[in-house]
Ligand binder design. Structure first.
Ligand code: RRO
Length: 312
């Protein structure tokens, strides 16, 4: 039997795959399908705001030859919907992550206070990297704002907390964000969110491919794999060992999952491929990962996790 287990903040995962927040997780029906899917070891809710939001209007997701572009604009059912689901959630085998993404610092702190006061006993992910709300820059690119919200959050929040980060593109930025994150008792970081504000053109019509924000949107899928690997590895090298890493970005095959683990990921999340294939993708990825491990004579993920070699 191949061992694909992981742990974060005392939670044990029998399998290391989960959905990327935002994909197949806005409704309880979608969440239940993820919970029941073979190959998932956990699930995460769509990032919540204090009140329900319809999100951006018009065509807001498109598949691309090498991935996807989206500008969903945070459509969600509101925090109390997900808290209600979470408070009735009793599947010990597959821990639940609750994702929140307030449009202001005050909204984020208010939601964390609500979660702190609730019965919720799972893990919470603070999304600091939504690229698609018009007029709202990604908090994760503002280092002082990131430090400030974490400082305030940890004055009262005692449940396991992780952050969803945007991709960084300069090693100096890896140093800066890691130094900030290391100052807090974070359970984990999730890296990367989509590569923000890409633009793709439909050659048949000479138009942009999605409607909101004049066509600008977050990129995911195969085209972001190298950026995801760099961020997972760069953060793993810099973060305290107590801060675990969820690797997200560019997973199409079991080998892609393997690569993120080799780069340092504890769990691996799947976005674009889940959108394209539905929850059955997890069974495929799990068996492809096991086949790859068999080829390498590994029986446990710990035998290669964070063991990426460099060339001398
Ligand atoms: O809803 C979105 O447009 C969205 C969010 Br909140 C996010 O964090 N990442 C993304 O690609 N889209």
């Amino acid at each position: 039997m191949t061992n694909l287990t992981a742990s974060i903040a005392g939670f044990h995962f029998q399998d290391l795959l989960l959905n990327a927040a935002g994909v197949h997780c806005e409704t309880t029906e979608e969440l239940e399908a993820l919970r029941k899917a073979t190959g998932t070891g956990a699930l995460i809710t769509k990032s919540a705001t204090p009140k329900p939001r319809p999100g951006n209007s018009g065509l807001r997701y498109q598949d691309l030859p090498l991935g996807s572009i989206n500008s969903m604009g945070l459509p969600n059912q509101g925090l109390s919907y997900y808290l209600d689901y979470a408070n009735h959630y009793h599947d010990q085998q597959k821990p639940l992550f609750l994702s929140i993404a307030g449009l202001t610092q005050a909204d984020n702190l208010a939601m964390l206070a609500d979660i702190q006061a609730s019965e919720f006993t799972g893990l919470v992910e603070l999304n600091l990297s939504c690229p698609n709300v018009p007029g709202k820059p990604q908090t994760g690119y503002d280092f002082e704002a990131t430090r400030q919200i974490l400082t305030k959050a940890f004055t009262f929040f005692t449940k396991p907390l992780g952050v969803k980060l945007p991709p960084y593109f300069d090693l100096a930025h890896f140093d800066q964000i890691a130094a900030i994150l290391n100052a807090f008792p974070l359970a984990y970081v999730n890296s990367i969110n989509s590569v923000g504000n890409g633009l793709m053109i439909d050659s048949k019509t000479d138009t942009v491919m999605i409607a909101p924000k004049g066509g600008f949107g977050g990129l995911g899928g195969a085209m972001v794999k190298a950026t995801a690997l760099a961020n997972v590895h760069g953060l793993r090298q810099r973060l305290n060992p107590t801060i675990k890493v969820i690797g997200t970005g560019g997973v199409q095959s079991g080998r892609d999952v393997y690569d993120l683990i080799l780069a340092g990921a504890d769990l691996v999340a799947v976005g674009t491929s889940l959108h394209q294939e539905g929850p059955a993708v997890f069974q495929r990825l799990r068996s492809e990962l096991i086949a790859e491990m068999d080829r390498k004579n590994y029986t446990e993920v710990d035998q290669f996790r964070n063991r990426l070699q460099t060339l001398n």
